[in-house]
Design a protein around this ligand. Structure first.
Ligand code: SAM
Length: 215
């Protein structure tokens, strides 16, 4: 994701009602933030938020939390939320944080699903631990997922996808399904919501890969 420093991003986040400021204070009590006991699904590295906002609109009985590391990118998601299409939604929150801190923000078994979409590939071998599907991160996600919890990952990057397929069993996780060509796999593609990157890369003719796994 191309980044520009946008000075007003921090101020907008500070004042926006759906941007969480004290995320660690909500650990274990996210249901009270949403004022209901609906399942909580999160997207890590949501970028500009098209995917998670669309899911929140489609599924009012599920609570969604979008996580993004950069305030300048989160700002774009907040601007999208403020549009006529999404501004009425009460089942979505955003957090500006690094995924590595996930256990400081969510208590054991607090989450029902984790989405990772078009995560940064970190192609150099020495950066493998920074990939969001590495054993390093899978080990951090496992405790926060509940007993039926799953992770869904999409990418057009074949080396990253192959790496992820290897990391799943290495972390002691179970692969529940995978495809190398999501858009031509009617079962896996059912109900698929495209992300910004997915729309861009599939328009270029890149096949989209997807896996579903559980700890
Ligand atoms: N998911 C979106 C999509 O598919 O259109 C955006 C994909 S973009 C390539 C990856 C996003 O993940 C970037 O916005 C980046 O800042 C964010 N990201 C990368 N590493 C992260 C981390 N450790 N914690 C939180 N966000 C992260």
């Amino acid at each position: 994701m191309r980044l520009r420093n946008i000075p007003r991003a921090d101020e907008v986040i500070l004042n926006h009602p759906i941007a969480i400021k004290n995320e660690t204070a909500n650990r274990g009590i996210w249901s009270s933030v949403f004022q209901n006991n609906h399942p909580i699904h999160i997207e890590i590295g949501m970028g500009k938020g098209q995917f998670i906002l669309t899911l929140a609109k489609q599924n009012p009985e599920i609570n969604y939390i979008g996580i993004e590391r950069y305030s300048s990118v989160l700002l774009r998601a907040l601007e999208k939320y403020d549009s006529e299409e999404f501004c009425h939604l009460t089942n979505i929150r955003f957090i500006c944080m690094d995924a590595g801190d996930i256990q400081d923000v969510f208590a054991p078994e607090e989450i029902g699903r984790i989405y990772l979409n078009f995560s940064d590939p970190w192609p150099k071998a020495r950066h493998a631990k920074r990939r969001l599907t590495s054993v390093n991160f899978l080990t951090k996600y496992a405790p926060v997922l509940n007993k039926d919890g799953i992770l869904e990952f999409k990418t057009d990057n074949r080396p990253l996808f192959d790496f992820s397929l290897e990391q799943i069993p290495e972390a002691g996780w179970t692969l529940l399904g995978h495809t190398f060509d999501l858009h031509n796999d009617p079962t896996m593609n059912e109900g698929n919501v495209m992300t910004e990157y997915e729309a861009k890369f599939s328009a270029l003719g890149n096949p989209i890969h997807k896996l579903i796994a559980k700890p």
